[in-house]
Write a protein that binds this ligand. Structure first.
Ligand code: SAM
Length: 387
């Protein structure tokens, strides 16, 4: 991949950077020998720094290849951190697992083989940081799901936003670039400018990296987008309180259910998140991965069918998740109720909407559902603490 910065500058900066793990050199050499499109080392270093800066504990990656960028991020995670990485090529996924193991990081790296477009509907957030490096036409269709995974202040990092300059007006597209990819990246970049959920900065690092921070009580208004590609954005802060002050406040109230500020930083929210919800999410993801890795085609088909049933269609995702919630309450599956409450919350369901939905389930299911309704309200209280 051609560098966008002069080779002399790249070489000089490379000489200044320190590899967090020697296995990175092994993976990079392997990738180069096979011509695999791994991130450039400077992009890896940026990812490593971002994971540290955001104190991310849960990271999601789309497009593992043989685990180079995954290793850059995993080496920045704390001991209890987790990286979930999705790779549609099972052979590459297996090699990525082997590299993580060779680096001693297999406990914190979970590589799932399969198409992210499907998997994203099977996994639950939140993720503190997401790295998008999958197929370029998939960037925009996946964006809503990825945005829902991120808590306020969460970071979405997208690679290849310059595509070796092919998307830059006045620069000739490289001959080997598929015009569909060029168009997809240009559309994605243009979309991000106007996407009020994020504030995005585009960096000429590696092949171009977009760093998008999800709003945190701030409103981002795009203004003055000009055809030359010069953009400006006005950020109106509705809450001018530093993350440090917020997390101190939460700690001083003991991070209790009702004492903790719902505007606290992500770390504080994770502290206030109940162990039960954390364990539920981790167990569910781990076991779904185990089940899918077992390779039984019928089970895989059923999982895929289940995912597709909740995708956007004539009914929007939010409505489908609410239907799933009613069915789960009536059928008295507490795990399913928890899952749908989390998903509904990600889709923006309000407390009033939840209560009306619970009422429909109660009317249909009768008094036998009341113990499940109690647990559903407790789960809703827990989930609301996260926002
Ligand atoms: C650019 S490479 C990833 C490089 C990797 N992030 C690194 O730097 O080490 C893209 C990888 O994403 C995988 N991929 C593309 N689209 C995908 C999707 N929808 N779901 C899962 N994997 C995908 C491809 O098979 C390929 O291995």
């Amino acid at each position: 991949m051609a560098s966008l910065v002069t080779p002399a500058v790249v070489a000089y900066l490379a000489g200044l950077s320190r590899l967090p793990h020697p296995q990175l050199d092994v993976v990079a050499r392997e990738g180069r020998a096979e011509g695999l499109p791994l991130v450039m080392p400077e992009t890896g270093a940026l990812l490593h720094a971002l994971v540290r800066l955001t104190r991310a504990r849960r990271v999601l990656e789309i497009g593992t290849a043989i685990g180079y960028s995954a290793l850059w991020m995993a080496t920045a995670l704390p001991d209890d951190g987790q990286l979930l990485s999705l790779e549609r090529d099972p052979a590459r996924a297996a090699r990525a697992r082997a590299h993580a193991k060779a680096a001693g990081h297999e406990a914190r790296v979970n590589v799932m083989a399969g198409d992210a477009a499907r998997f994203l509907h099977k996994i639950a957030g939140p993720f503190d940081l997401i790295f998008q490096d999958g197929d370029k036409p998939g960037y925009l269709p996946m964006l809503d799901r990825l945005a829902a995974f991120l808590p306020p202040g969460g970071v979405l990092v997208t690679d290849n936003v310059l595509w070796s300059g092919s998307v830059v007006p006045g620069m000739a597209p490289l001959e080997d670039r598929d015009p569909a990819d060029v168009a997809a990246i240009a559309a994605y970049n243009e979309h991000l400018v106007h996407d009020d959920r994020f504030y995005t900065v585009w960096l000429p690092v590696g092949d171009g990296v977009a760093v998008s921070t999800k709003g945190q009580g701030t409103e981002v208004r795009s203004t003055g987008v000009r055809s030359t590609g010069v953009r400006s954005a006005e950020v109106r802060s509705t809450e001018v309180r530093s993350a440090e002050v917020r997390s101190t406040e939460v700690r001083s109230t003991g991070g209790s259910k009702h004492g903790g500020s719902k505007h606290g930083g992500f770390e504080a929210r994770m502290e206030s998140m109940s162990e039960r919800l954390k364990e539920f999410r981790e167990f569910r993801e781990k076991m779904n991965a185990r089940i899918l890795e077992s390779g039984n085609l019928e089970i895989k088909r059923f999982f895929a069918l289940d995912s597709r049933a909740y995708e956007d269609g004539a009914l929007p995702v939010k409505t489908k998740e609410l239907l799933g919630l009613v069915a789960s309450l009536v059928l008295r599956c507490d795990d399913c109720v928890t899952y749908h409450i989390v998903r509904c919350r990600e889709e923006g369901v309000t407390r009033e909407e939840f209560l009306e939905t619970f009422n429909v389930a109660l009317v249909v299911g009768g008094s036998i559902t009341i113990p499940h309704l109690r647990r559903a309200v407790a789960t809703l209280d827990e989930v609301e603490e996260l926002r």
